[in-house]
Design a protein around this ligand. Sequence first.
Ligand code: ADP
Length: 515
Amino acid sequence: MAGDPDTNPRPWETDELFQALIATIVDGIVVIDPEGTVRVYNAACTRLFGYPPEEVIGRNVRMLMPEPYRAEHDGYLSRHRDTGEHRIIGSGREVAGRRKDGSTFPMFLTIGEGRLRLRQFFVGIIRDLSDIKNQTAARQSSDRLLAQIVHSSDDAIISKTLDGMITSWNISAERIFGYSATEVIGRNIAMLFPPELLGEEEKSTARLRAGQEIIPYETVRRHKDGRDLTVLLSVAPIRDGAGRVIGASKTARDITQRKQAEIRTHKLQSELAHVARLSAMGQMSAAIAHELNQPLTAVTNYVKAAHRMLGADQLTERQIASARDAMEKAASQTLRAGNIIRSLREFVEKRDSEKTGEDINAVVQEAATLALVGSASSGIDIILDLSPELSPVMMDKIQIQQVVINLIRNSVEAMAVVSTRQIIITTAQDGPAGVSIVIRDTGPGLAPEIQQKLFQPFVTTKQQGMGIGLMICQSIIEAHGGSIRSVPDDLGGAAFQILLPARAIGDETGTQTEP
Ligand code: ADP
């Protein structure tokens, strides 16, 4: 008899212990007699099958089985009784269970055989496999999906160990690099590198080992036929079950053609800019001739004066000093003319576009001087409000000058119809990685009908205008990774703002990110 645990000194030997155990066990436990009648059915079984114990105990265990087990079960039991032959006893197997609502579920069943006071019994232990099965199915389907994605990706997807051994290679890798999977798997990934870039692999592996992220970057890899390919590379770590980095998955997008198209576009853009400079110079030629004439006339006058002074029979100290002074002035005027010619020559020269780190203020100053060549008499007041501490900007100096000159000349032209003629150019730092140039004027402002299409080609309000100046300015600024737009102007005229990416102050490495 079960006793009160408080009064029973040996509670572990009681029927009560048996009941408690049976109720606590997580797996389902069913005990049947040799005829198949259920004698024990625990709480876990109620959860698994949906039947309460009173609907199962005393009935045939068949009720917990779907067909065909249900029909065959009595046969198993009688064969076992008659021949001692058993198929499942002592071992386990996966079978199906049937719930009260008729649905079935996969379960792992182990059966043991025992005797109690000479009465034979069988105990079945049931573990529900639904969750494991569902998880496995979900994993298999996500594995299949992943495999399909890898297979159908346009990018080369390659995995490798930390030592660089290639472990997987998709179809696109085959197409991009020219090697089949069998040619590369097991070999070192160095085979895809141009020799001078091998250091990249070491750096990237070191970053992976240190758990550092690698920002996708552009680089060069080598095709089987020896061609160099420009690729956009993403690298992600592969970890083992314990989270340790054991390799890397690399995704390479072939951007060779895009790169070549970019180079062609840059070349066209810089040729267009050059043609525009030539055309601007053509328009300015009369003014330039006039501008050059001034120092040359001055030189002539100084030289003549000096000649006259030195022509006297007896030279006084004073005459010698005056002649020297005239010669010095002549020299400085020659330099002035030389400087104008040098800037002009630089401005119209055809060169490959190349970017160097420049001080934007110096570029703006030189542009303003050039833009105002010949317009000294038109009463234009140009005010430079230049911030002293600007980050250097990577630029094609001549092209940026061209933009500033273009904007100043537009302002000069627009201000022909007003009496107060002022241009204010302001430079300022725009956040740590940008520099801003604003050019404002006191002209009549932008005509409303063209405000929305300022940067489109052939948009002009001028009789002789081509309407491509602002379009070329935009193409130059965008080729520098910047932007140009018209902004409200507190002077009442037009105002344009140029934003250019800059290196942060003190940052010598620039904004490039490589592993
Ligand atoms: P274009 O000077 O040949 O007309 P742009 O593309 O340089 O070509 O300029 C397009 C138009 O934008 C000009 O015709 C003019 O109407 C307007 N515009 C540009 N700058 C100014 C300015 N500072 N003030 C007023 N209008 C301007």
